[in-house]
Write a protein that binds this ligand. Structure first.
Ligand SMILES: Cc1cc2nc3c(=O)[nH]c(=O)nc-3n(C[C@H](O)[C@H](O)[C@H](O)COP(=O)(O)O)c2cc1C
Length: 327
């Protein structure tokens, strides 16, 4: 069994975490990951204080294991954050602050509520900034990942962040979907991995079945970075692009973002309808390049167990054999 300092710090069995992915997370998914010994996290973006309370209660009904609540700092409702603090989750998972935003006061409030603080960074200076503000864990997120990402790839970013924030532990995110990814992340100096796309294609994921199947069908070469889904939903992110599946919707507006701004309301209505009806050509699907490593839709518990077992096999058998063979 693989144990890293993060397991002790977060009181979890396996160094495997779920990214708090807004409406793409749900109480059943969060609870399933935590129950399996990983760390689940509920995306609280857009949620009212009441919704956060109800969903947290639903998670706690299914498990008494630790889980996190995720907030996008540039777009946080104070009443929702205050409600989340009162619920005293094990972890407050922050991401995407504006450059001028004060991290310390948010991190301090989370600490006072008894939470561990994680912060997701796509670049070294951002990771250092969060460390100085008191984060307990840095999530280093590479551009291969699904959803909003920066420009640096996981392979150089992770060891750079590990060096820059030591001794603060690092979770690697962006492009990880199996045990090979966990073994690689540990080799790069990380203490574990955080996954988004892999858990989207799980039984408990709230995505429409057609969107789950689109991840399984993907060969990983069909994603694209753009601002198109954000323009359609009227959101201005602090320096991020979205990695999503390249579909008819994205192709229609690529290079014509000005036209999308012009007919935003109509485009948004169509996009929402497409998401609900499971139209994978017209509904944006945030997913990472690791979609090419995803070939089935198992339960979240199976995903956690499989990744832990595969990584253990690589680290305890395959790699030591390679070293022994040299002598
Ligand atoms: C649909 C989707 C929504 C996401 N929303 C959030 C979010 O609200 N907050 C956050 O911290 N990360 C969010 N992320 C990023 C994930 O937490 C994680 O960093 C990313 O998915 C890792 O890359 P992977 O998809 O290759 O596993 C989202 C990712 C996806 C795919």
């Amino acid at each position: 069994m693989i144990r890293t300092p993060i397991c002790h710090l977060l009181d979890i069995e396996h160094p495997i975490a779920l990214g708090g992915m807004g409406s793409a997370t749900s109480p059943p998914l969060v609870a399933a990951v935590s129950r399996a010994g990983g760390l689940g996290a509920l995306g609280c973006h857009y949620l009212s204080p009441q919704q956060i309370g109800e969903r947290t209660a639903a998670i706690r009904q299914e498990t008494n294991k630790p889980f996190g609540l995720n907030f996008l700092m540039f777009d946080m409702r104070e009443d929702s954050f205050a409600a989340a603090l009162e619920l005293r989750p094990s972890v407050m998972q922050f991401a995407w602050a504006r450059a001028e935003q004060d991290l310390t006061s948010h991190f301090d409030r989370a600490h006072r509520a008894g939470c561990k603080v994680t912060y997701m960074a796509g670049a070294v200076p951002e990771a250092v900034r969060a460390t100085k503000a008191g984060a307990d864990i840095i999530i280093a997120q590479g551009t291969e990942g699904g959803g909003h990402v920066g420009w640096m790839a996981s392979m150089p970013l992770i060891p750079m962040v590990v060096d820059a924030v030591a001794p603060i532990p690092v979770l690697a995110a962006g492009g990880f979907a199996d045990g090979r990814g966990l073994a690689a992340a540990l080799s790069l100096g990380a203490d574990g991995i955080l996954l988004g796309t892999r858990f989207l294609a799980s039984v408990e994921s709230p995505l429409h079945p057609n969107f789950k199947q689109a991840i399984v069908d993907s060969d990983g070469h069909d994603t694209q970075l753009s601002e198109i889904p954000d323009i359609a939903s009227g959101q201005v992110w602090p320096g991020a692009m979205t990695r999503s599946r390249r579909n008819r919707f994205v192709e229609r507006w690529a290079g014509r973002e000005w036209a999308l701004r012009q007919s935003r309301a109509e485009a948004l209505a169509k996009l929402r309808a497409a998401r609900e009806s499971g139209d994978v050509d017209e509904g944006p699907l945030s997913m990472g390049q690791d979609a090419g490593l995803i070939h089935d839709i198992p339960s979240a518990a199976q995903i956690v167990t499989r990744i832990a077992q595969e990584a253990e096999e690589i680290l305890s058998r395959r790699l030591p054999r390679l070293v022994a063979d040299l002598h």
